[in-house]
Design a protein around this ligand. Structure first.
Ligand code: HEM
Length: 221
């Protein structure tokens, strides 16, 4: 996943450990989770806010056999337990948990906490839009991924960062091949770029950075 745009580089963990925040920090409880553990699920009905102290947490929606990752939280990120998403530790993880009421007081006094929320929610929104596009343009999404995987196999050149692929076709021509509109193909190509799966090198050349993910998409995952 590409690095998230940051509105603030302030380290909230450092902020909280400074003397002026001591009274807030004492209201945070530390909780540890081992790799793969589910931190919170939508049915918990808890209303807490937590700050990631160490480790990594995946925020995802799960429906039957499908999962959609909305965001990956890292040290210093804030999240809450009142959303419809599951949270799962991707490695051994420690969080600092407080109730929403205490968190409201902190935000009111220190804007960096609010900016951090905007970063986290912005990332969640970005991935949600990509997921919506993928679902709305499901068939084209699948066919575009299949087309790129096949083209990578046929004439991709392995380079250090992935597979360099001379498409030899414009977006309009790819759309014709897939039986879609040019607009749909550019939306989907842009989503693949935003998800860090590929990069555009020039008008007709791309770099596939994550062939495995592209293969998964082409087989419907
Ligand atoms: C001052 C603390 C907070 C308050 C008072 C607050 C309040 C609320 C309220 C009232 C809702 C609507 C709930 C509903 O429709 O049932 C909501 C939804 C939501 N909040 Fe918060 N929130 C807080 C902190 C946070 C934080 C820190 C995050 C994440 C960074 C967050 C993320 C969300 C999300 C993603 C939803 C949509 C949930 C869904 O529909 O699945 N909130 N919040």
């Amino acid at each position: 996943m590409p690095t998230r745009m940051r509105l603030t580089d302030i380290n909230l963990l450092e902020v909280l450990s400074s003397p002026e925040y001591a009274r807030y920090l004492k209201e945070f409880r530390e909780q540890r989770f081992s790799k793969k553990a589910i931190l919170f699920s939508p049915n918990d009905e808890k209303n807490l806010v937590f700050l990631v102290k160490s480790g990594k947490i995946r925020v995802y929606l799960a429906y039957e056999d499908k999962e959609f990752t909305l965001s990956i939280l890292e040290a210093g990120d804030i999240y809450s337990t009142h959303t419809r998403a599951f949270t799962q530790a991707m490695e051994d993880t420690t969080i600092l948990v407080t109730d929403v009421r205490n968190f409201k007081k902190i935000i009111a006094e220190f804007p960096a906490f609010g900016l951090n929320m905007v970063n986290v929610l912005g990332d969640l929104l970005k991935n949600s839009i990509t997921i919506i596009n993928g679902l709305v343009f499901k068939d084209t999404h699948l066919r575009l991924a299949e087309f790129l995987v096949q083209a990578a196999k046929d004439r991709g050149v392995t380079v250090e960062q992935g597979i360099k692929l001379e498409l030899g076709l414009t977006t309009e021509e790819i759309a014709l091949v897939l039986g879609a509109t040019r607009q749909t193909v550019s939306v989907l190509l842009n989503d693949l770029r935003k998800s860090g799966i590929l990069e555009k090198l020039s008008r007709r050349t791309i770099l596939i950075k994550d062939l495995k993910r592209l293969q998964e998409i082409s087989s419907g995952f």
